[in-house]
Design a protein around this ligand. Structure first.
Ligand code: SF4
Length: 236
């Protein structure tokens, strides 16, 4: 089995409930969404270089596992499958195989972080598999991608009942924030909730004020710590 991988590197997790945790990133190539792009506004994707399915390098599972092991000799880092979109098309089977392999090894040898975290865009079906934890986006109206969201994912998250899962809302404006509150209420969301502002479009301090007023359950502001530390550099 093989797939297109854009990059594999180690750093710290930049956002969410695992922020700051040493992490190996496996970035898949290919995503069919185009977040934020409208007639008058531009794409806000952090990884435009990884959107094409043919970008990146062809790697087998064993190439990928070798690279992860080189970066994390003691099998102690969190593993983050990201993109692009790690559950789209052929990436999906590869993500499952990588996560299963890591889960078996780490549970057998008592290593930390047996479950691989998957950053997924909300358009692909998530799973009940115990070897995954999910950071699932719900794309709000400002992204132009809300009609691509798979709302069954909310029921799957509820069935998973995993305290490490999280839902991320990226907020472009007040309309987005209000829509997020509606979604949380309609779907009775119990999972951890992350709010991130679109850089340069919403002031994070203003978003904090909105969060304080509505205070949805289990929510937090999530700013990308790697951008604070390294700006827009790749592979850090
Ligand atoms: S889903 Fe993620 S990778 Fe795809 S366009 Fe949106 S931000 Fe970029």
């Amino acid at each position: 089995m093989f797939g297109k991988i854009h990059e594999i590197y180690s750093s710290i997790s930049g956002e969410g409930i695992s922020q700051g945790v040493p992490t190996v990133f496996v970035r898949f190539a290919g995503c069919s969404l185009r977040c934020g792009k409208t007639e008058s506004k531009s794409l806000w994707c952090d990884t435009p270089y990884a959107l094409g399915p043919n970008q990146g390098e062809t790697k087998t599972v064993s190439n990928i596992m070798d690279e992860i092991e080189t970066l994390d000799k003691n099998h102690g880092y969190q593993i983050l499958l990201t993109g692009g979109e790690p559950l789209e098309g052929k990436n999906r089977d590869l993500s499952i195989t990588i996560a299963q392999t890591i889960f078996s090894y780490r549970t057998k040898h008592g290593k930390p972080y047996p479950t691989s975290r998957v950053e997924t865009n909300g358009s692909e079906k998530i799973t009940l598999d115990p070897f995954f934890i999910f950071t699932m986006d719900y794309k709000l109206p400002g992204s132009g991608m809300e009609n691509r969201m798979d709302s069954e994912n909310f029921q799957i998250l509820e069935k998973r009942h995993n305290s490490l899962d999280e839902i991320k809302f990226v907020v472009r404006d007040r309309i987005d924030f209000e829509r997020s509150i509606e979604v949380i209420r309609e779907q009775k969301i119990q999972t951890n909730i992350l709010y991130s502002p679109v850089h340069g479009e919403v002031d994070a301090k203003e978003l904090v004020e909105w969060i304080k007023i509505d205070n949805p359950p289990k929510c937090r502001l999530s700013l990308q710590i790697h951008k604070v530390l390294w700006g827009n550099q790749k592979g850090v």
